[in-house]
Design a protein around this ligand. Sequence first.
Ligand code: NAD
Length: 475
Amino acid sequence: MPRTNTIRIAPAPVETDLQRVQALLRKQREFFDGGHTLDLNFRKERLRDLQQAIRQHEQELFDAMYTDFHKPEMEAYATEVGFVELELKLTLKNLKNWAKPQRVKESLINFPSRSYIHSDPYGIALIIGPWNYPFQLLLNPLIGAMAAGNCAIVKPSELTPHTSEVVAKMIQNNFDDSYVATVQGGVSTTQHLLQQRFDYIFFTGSTQVGKIVMKAAAEHLTPVTLELGGKSPAIVAQDADLSLAARRIAWGKFLNAGQTCVAPDYLLVHEQVKEELIQLISQYIQNFYGEDPQQSPDYARIVNGRHFNRLSSFLKDGIVRAGGSTDASSRYIAPTLLDQVTWQHPIMQEEIFGPILPVLTFTSLDEAIDMVRQHEKPLALYFFSSDEQKKEQILKHTYFGGGCINDTISHLINPNLPFGGVGHSGMGSYHGQSSFDLFSQQKSVLHRGTWLDLPLRYPPYGNRLPMLRKLFKWL
Ligand code: NAD
């Protein structure tokens, strides 16, 4: 499909009514109760169906993401379609192993016995996605939910209607809605969904809506995973490889035009190397996107007018050192470096979620650590240094969901690292086996031998307490 510079305005979402939501839930409940999803072959076949469906819809997905906010095809593949395909491949390869009852060590006090953890599906999972990675952040949790044997209802974001439409079509054409269904709509639809009793809720989005989700879940005591956002710092020490740090920070920040939950939100740089780092990042912006990033095919747009206006207003919060230009008609904001910013400026009061990188400085690592610790625990933290002691100091004294030393974003590419936030940046984590575990209720079962039944535990206890104490000491 030819790429144009014009950007579509998303129409108001068509909401899904309460009756349809309730009817879907009834159907899924009946299907789940039928036990079909307990069969590992069923799960694998459906995951293969999903794999096939994604392959068939790949180009349509690329086109839709471009229409929604000019997501470059390379990024749409690397961070969305290809990323999900990797997760599917890993899950199909390991599912049998993940799903089998895991034997654990015995406690001698139960002799003779064998103990196992069984992974049970919860039932019906609700997966609510955001707009910034509209495919990956809906499909990756869905893979975990399906692998663990759940039914699922997915609610894509209304802010990326073209992508959401392809996802809905893909799911509708490949799955019976009694097993996996898409429900489209905005706030009112999500409210209808949240009023229902699900068995698990997986939400990705803002901290503010995360609180709404958790309150609704509490009503039914439904377990939740919240994948939220926050202000993730990139901290650069004076001994860092500055050129590499600049390149990796610029990439992590301006990927998807800064609309990435784990993008470096702000730069915290040792004051001695600040000027050099600013020069280097400016240079890399030019290397990546050319003299005029608006003409670059590799640079995305802001998702809607509200976010464009919010982000544009931040430009007055400091001195522009690179970028700074905007174009409302195409919702373009140049990759921007903002100097002389303080924590009192509006840009530092909320998650930026756009291509503006404020620069703050520190004079000692303790000061940088204090600054991070005075704010909510971020989803990610990136530290650039060549000094092992400093790395240890940062890791020991800062609290965050996950992160990298000498890189940005890459931690979430390793499926063996559980991905999630802490505190205001979220709870629960997924990817790879963690996704399977997350969507599974771990049922602990002890199988007790019948050939021995010591009388010690049975009343009347008489004077057995000293013997019990001795036994406990010995264990
Ligand atoms: P959002 O919270 O506005 O919306 C997320 C979902 O919630 C959407 O499907 C939307 O329809 C629904 N929603 C919005 N308002 C609602 C309300 N009042 N009641 C009920 N439902 C409502 O988030 P967003 O703008 O789509 O995404 C951006 C946010 O998501 C950022 O904060 C970002 O950091 C975060 N995020 C986190 C991760 C992660 O993995 N931790 C990934 C991507 C984005």
